[in-house]
Design a protein around this ligand. Structure first.
Ligand code: DSN
Length: 428
């Protein structure tokens, strides 16, 4: 009876597949899987359960996933130079909840980045953290709004004695002052959690900060923004055993039951890709972000963070109030197959959340498809032609994108490395 409906769903999947590989994708929280990681998503593991840890499962039939999960954990500990690694949260928010649920209780003070300042929804009253305490206060920030004001934060930490501070965010242009905050937290015994979701791949590639070495007590993250995927969560730490046991229970049974074994197997492949290609990828990504920011600035856009070199991550933030605001600009770009999201900027009140001044652009996916600095200049010109010149650039976008279809920084089926950016196209 519903066979036709199933065909409709299949057609929608096909349309999505075809459409998004014709687009310039600039959503800062997304990335693509390599062909080999993608192919691993259709295995028998998609049907199975494996609660518990490798070798100590509550289910039988888990010997192969045990081997895969163990390899993944070993590799993540090597990549992030840590003693503990929890791979069972199925998302970054799940990972955060595993921590909050075990270490934050009613009345505890927690300091976070504000929502306009880039803080993730799970760090806030209406998100995961708000289930455990309502005493959530925002970090004071510098006048530009993109960095924590360490001196004021130290004063506030001393005064309010938070149980936990959460650094790391979703609008994430510059490293967080982890070492300075660790110093400020020593007296009050405040714990530092670093949400590295956006920058996990840059940290893995050793081109961003090293939060655990700088004094973070733990790092949580999702695994599919600048890390190569799949869509999951992770918790990493060098904390003492007793606290880690609480995190362990926070992850299971606290915030998940089964942990989606097909995406776990994909992530094991992605971790190997990151070990081989992470450093070049992180370097190319950050270089591309700076190039895109500079090109947009030259074209007259109000690119944020100019006085600090625009960005040290994969992200670029632009105030497009003069062009009609983030909602309008992102819609116009979408109609031209340039996909990004509207974003509140630090100067905005929370009430602007559905009509913010800003847009956020991430270059990590287009970098993975082999684009370099020249292409960043072309993307800026396409955005300018579309938004300022009010031209229809969809065909130009599709033609441009057709040159960049292969996922780089990965191996093909013959074990050949794919790191070299593709040849530049002649014209947009
Ligand atoms: N909200 C996502 C973003 O930064 O786009 C992260 O979960």
């Amino acid at each position: 009876m519903y066979a036709k409906k199933i065909s409709e769903i299949e057609k929608l999947i096909q349309k999505q597949d075809e459409w998004r590989c014709q687009c310039i994708n600039l959503i800062a929280s997304e990335n693509v899987l390599s062909q080999r990681a993608r192919a691993a998503g259709c295995s028998d593991f998609a049907h199975r359960y494996a609660e518990g840890h490798p070798g100590e499962r509550y289910y039988r039939g888990t010997s192969y996933i045990d081997e895969i999960e163990s390899q993944l954990k070993t590799n993540l500990k090597i990549i992030f130079e840590c003693d503990h690694c929890e791979v069972r949260p199925i998302s970054g928010t799940n990972a955060n909840e595993a921590v909050f649920s075990r270490f934050v209780g009613p009345g505890d003070v927690v300091m976070v980045n504000s929502t306009p300042g880039g803080g993730h929804i799970s760090h806030h009253r209406r998100g995961s953290l708000g289930k455990f305490t309502h005493n959530i206060i925002d970090f004071p920030v510098t006048t530009d709004g993109y960095r924590i004001d360490v001196e004021k934060a130290a004063y506030l930490i001393e005064k309010t004695r938070p149980k936990l501070i959460v650094v790391g965010k979703s609008l994430f242009l510059f490293p967080e002052p982890v070492a300075e905050l660790a110093e400020a937290c020593r007296h009050s015994k405040t714990l530092i959690m670093y949400d590295g979701a956006h920058v996990l791949g840059l940290i893995a590639g050793k081109r961003f900060q090293r939060p655990l070495a700088e004094g973070a007590w733990l790092m949580t993250a999702s695994t599919h923004k600048t890390f190569f995927g799949s869509q999951r969560g992770v918790i990493l730490s060098n904390m003492e055993e007793e606290s880690w046991r609480k995190i362990d229970r926070g992850a299971f049974p606290g915030s998940s039951s089964n942990h989606h074994l097909d995406t776990l197997a994909q992530m094991a492949i992605c971790a190997y890709e990151m070990m081989d290609f992470g450093d070049t990828y992180a370097e190319d990504t950050i270089r591309n972000a700076r190039s895109l920011a500079a090109a947009l600035d030259r074209l007259g856009f109000d690119v944020q963070g100019r006085e600090f070199g625009y960005t040290e991550s994969h992200q670029v933030a632009v105030n497009v109030k003069a062009q009609g605001g983030g909602e309008k600009v992102s819609r116009t770009l979408e109609a031209n197959d340039i996909i990004l999201n509207m974003n509140m900027l630090p100067h905005e009140p929370l009430s602007n959340h559905d009509r913010p001044d800003g847009i956020r652009l991430g270059v990590q996916e287009m970098t993975r498809f082999g684009m370099g600095e020249a292409e960043m200049g072309q993307i800026a010109e396409l955005i300018h032609a579309c938004i300022v010149g009010k031209k229809d650039v969809k065909e130009d976008v599709n033609r441009f994108r057709s040159q960049f279809r292969e996922v780089r920084y990965s191996y093909d089926n013959f074990g050949e490395r794919r790191t070299e950016p593709l040849k530049l196209m002649k014209s947009a």
